[in-house]
Write a protein that binds this ligand. Structure first.
Ligand SMILES: [Fe+2]
Length: 183
């Protein structure tokens, strides 16, 4: 497709992020199901609600622009979610699984933050003021989700326990296997 103006790029990128959000709506329940900590599961479920409402607000923007929402295929989100899916399918210890899920979710959030930051600026440049406000609102929601994930990683997930377990394993593996006749 030939893109000749900022308006066309804006619409193309809106379609891209619209597709990305729809992919995320499908993936988030699976990620939430794989989470072992209650706070992480709750955060992912809450972000599903937020994401569904973002899809609706994007549809309103397309209606205002008088153009169709469909047509984008976000390969970046597809790749990020494929990685998340691989992690879920891997044989990972429950504590480490949550850390892996947080990492996967934060990669998604950072991608979205970059997209919405640019889209908000494009909307401002194109003097679509209300759309710029909506996109700023969505951007803030993505930033909140990202910060919330950091907080969960710092407060709810016992990373020391993960490490200690590994240390224990090492100790166990170094123990002599018995047979010294002392038992
Ligand atoms: Fe989003």
């Amino acid at each position: 497709m030939k893109i000749e103006s900022l308006e066309e790029l804006y619409i193309e990128e809106l379609r891209d992020v619209y597709d990305a959000e729809q992919q995320l709506v499908k993936a988030l329940p699976k990620m939430a199901k794989a989470a072992t900590s209650d706070s992480l599961r709750a955060a992912l479920e809450e972000h599903l609600d937020v994401t569904e409402s973002q899809v609706q607000r994007l549809e309103e923007i397309f209606a205002e622009l008088g153009t169709k929402a469909k047509g984008g295929k976000c390969e970046a989100m597809k790749g990020l979610l494929e990685e998340a899916k691989e992690l879920i399918e891997d044989d990972i210890d429950p504590e480490v699984m949550d850390v892996a899920l947080i990492m996967a979710a934060q990669k998604v959030e950072h991608y979205e933050i970059a997209s919405y930051g640019c889209l908000r600026t494009f909307a401002e440049l194109l003097e679509h003021e209300e759309q710029a406000e909506t996109l700023q609102e969505i951007l803030d929601e993505e930033k909140d989700a990202d910060e919330n994930l950091t907080e969960i990683a710092e407060t709810s997930i016992n990373l020391d326990a993960v490490d200690e377990e590994e240390d224990d394993d090492e100790v166990v593996s170094k123990k002599p296997s018995g047979g010294d006749g002392s038992e």
